[in-house]
Design a binder for this molecule. Structure first.
Ligand SMILES: [Zn+2]
Length: 236
């Protein structure tokens, strides 16, 4: 079974209790001896690695790891704060924004995100697309193709998380700020319409996208009632 490792909790001297997702289920298992670097399973002792694992039943409340083969690791020689912060944040999103039974629906997007991040090294766009996906899966669909109020596709002048998407000049009320420029609204549209990471590698203005990320983090925290714990790596 192919799994993405989400959490590793030390247990006894060298064991760990590992949780992760496969395409269909959220699983927790005991990995004996895994914290010993010489363990044949040591390669999966790292969050967000992807492995093919075999489990067996034993005298324990969780199934026990029988064998494993690492298929992918997010680790690389050079890992700066942004790269690490992006990994941690994507892990937090899956782990804390979704109840266990809903976590597997993030399997495909997480699998693609970690691999594309490692290949293309575009942490900002990876995170924007991943968060947009998580918001949608979490039930916060935002309208980025027409005015959320009247459905008109022309004369879009603002985006409001609270109102649920784009607003046209006729529908915007005075208290809604027009704080995003045209480029930012176009990027937001691309990001929310993405179902994969094809956008990675395309050109965009870093500073403009960075503002979008800050707004999206703020909205995600409010929407899910969760506070991200490692924002300093990303926003520092
Ligand atoms: Zn309108």
């Amino acid at each position: 079974m192919k799994v993405i490792v989400l959490t590793i909790n030390p247990y006894k001297e060298k064991d760990a209790i590992i949780s992760g997702i496969s395409e269909n289920e959220y699983i927790t298992f005991l990995a004996r001896g895994i914290r010993d670097p010489k363990s044949k399973n040591a390669a999966i002792n790292n969050a967000l690695c992807i492995a093919d694992i075999e489990l067996m039943d034993g005298n324990f409340k969780h199934p026990i790891l029988k064998s494993s083969k690492q298929l992918f690791t997010p680790l690389r020689l050079e890992m700066d704060a942004k790269y690490l912060g992006t990994l941690i944040m994507m892990n937090e999103i899956v782990n804390y924004l979704f109840p266990d039974e809903e976590k597997p629906k993030m399997f495909k997007v997480l699998e693609e995100a970690v691999s594309e991040l490692k290949k293309k090294d575009d942490w900002l766009l990876t995170l924007l697309i991943f968060m947009a996906y998580a918001l949608r899966e979490g039930g916060f669909e935002l309208e980025v193709n027409k005015c959320v109020n009247c459905g008109k596709k022309t004369n879009i002048v603002a985006f409001s998380f609270i109102e649920g998407g784009f607003l046209c000049a006729d529908c915007i009320s005075p208290e809604i700020s027009r704080d995003l420029n045209k480029n930012q609204m176009l990027l937001l549209r691309k990001v929310f319409n993405s179902r994969d990471f094809h956008l990675l590698g395309s050109e965009y203005d870093f500073d403009e996208a960075y503002v979008l990320l800050q707004k999206m983090i703020e909205f995600t925290e409010e929407a899910f009632g969760y506070h991200f714990k490692n924002l300093c790596l990303i926003l520092g």
